[in-house]
Design a protein around this ligand. Structure first.
Ligand SMILES: Cc1cc2nc3c(=O)[nH]c(=O)nc-3n(C[C@H](O)[C@H](O)[C@H](O)COP(=O)(O)OP(=O)(O)OC[C@H]3O[C@@H](n4cnc5c(N)ncnc54)[C@H](O)[C@@H]3O)c2cc1C
Length: 274
């Protein structure tokens, strides 16, 4: 049985580790994970942060506090262990703004957090011959999880955008997968990543699978490239905006539907002109 997204689960921080200047790993114990079926590499949870000033204690059930809805923030499971009930989450640190980034920077063993999920949908499967994985720091945990479960004998390329040369971090090494680091060096999020991905030469004999996630503007650009300019089948592409520059997750999630509808309308119009 896949896990229900609406069950409130609990976790306790066991350790934290700096992965790069902008990524911090939080390791958690979560006995609620034991026995769950989590077959995907892009599994994610919705972390639940009680509103500032709220005095209810953790663990809590948000449905019992309708007037004090928690703030939700979505995070991939960089590592999941459903035998021992543990998980790692890699958080992008992006200054003092936000809820989850600052929480991760201050997290310490014993801190508790609730979450919905895990959800998830994608994993690199052996029915493809070649994989293109692309993302910024927010998608790096899902990309790393995919590299760790990469199908034997297959090939691919992983594009990872980070702030600069000093911001690279250790990646799972996979025979047959080329790693391409893309440095923003002050450019807008996702711009250089989209430019790099456009240069990839996918094999002509064989099926390619795409996993492209990160900042919304990059996703918009690459959707147009993949679906309009290259005509790839949507069934072979996992692509979505994980966050949007200048918008918190509440704003992004509430406007995402409209953003996606707008992109799809533009893509349809462009395809009918070509
Ligand atoms: C399925 C899914 C999986 C995700 N997995 C991860 C993950 O594993 N690790 C991870 O770090 N993020 C991940 N994200 C993205 C994460 O949910 C957002 O970045 C979220 O906005 C962070 O919440 P916050 O409280 O720190 O900042 P918010 O309160 O949401 O935003 C505050 C400000 O920070 C900016 N901001 C938010 N995220 C970033 C960023 N990455 N870089 C620079 N500025 C930012 C916002 O634009 C806003 O201006 C995932 C999102 C989805 C949908």
């Amino acid at each position: 049985m896949p896990p229900s997204k609406r069950v409130v689960r609990h976790a306790t921080v066991t350790a934290t580790r700096t992965i790069s200047p902008s990524l911090i790993r939080v390791s958690l114990d979560s006995p609620d994970l034991v026995g769950l079926d989590l077959p995907f590499t892009d599994h994610y949870v919705k972390l639940l942060f009680p509103p500032a000033g709220s005095d209810y204690a953790l663990p809590f059930d948000p449905d019992e506090h309708p007037d004090e809805r928690p703030t939700t923030r979505t995070y991939s499971l960089r590592r999941r262990d459903t035998v021992n009930g543990t998980m790692d989450i890699d958080f992008v640190t992006h200054g003092d703004t936000g809820v989850a980034g600052p929480w991760a920077e201050q997290a310490k063993p014993g801190d508790r957090i609730n979450y919905f999920g895990p959800g998830g949908a994608w994993t690199p499967t052996g029915d493809y011959d070649y994989f293109v994985l692309a993302g910024d720091e927010a998608a790096a945990p899902a990309i790393c999880a995919a590299l760790e479960e990469f199908p034997a004998g297959k090939a691919g390329v992983a594009f990872l955008e980070v702030a600069d040369e000093q911001s690279v971090f250790e990646l799972p090494a996979v025979a047959g997968v080329e790693i391409v680091w893309v440095y923003r060096d002050g450019a807008p999020y996702g711009q250089k990543l989209a430019e790099e991905v456009r240069t990839v030469a996918t094999p002509t004999n064989g099926k390619t699978s795409w996993f492209v996630h990160g900042v919304a503007e990059m996703v918009k650009d690459l959707r147009r490239y993949l679906f309009v300019e290259r005509g790839f089948d949507k069934a072979d592409v996992s692509i979505s905006g994980y966050w949007r520059a200048g918008m918190n997750e509440d704003g992004w999630q509430s406007s995402k539907h409209e953003f996606v509808a707008g992109m799809e309308a533009e893509e349809t119009a462009a395809m009918s002109r070509s």
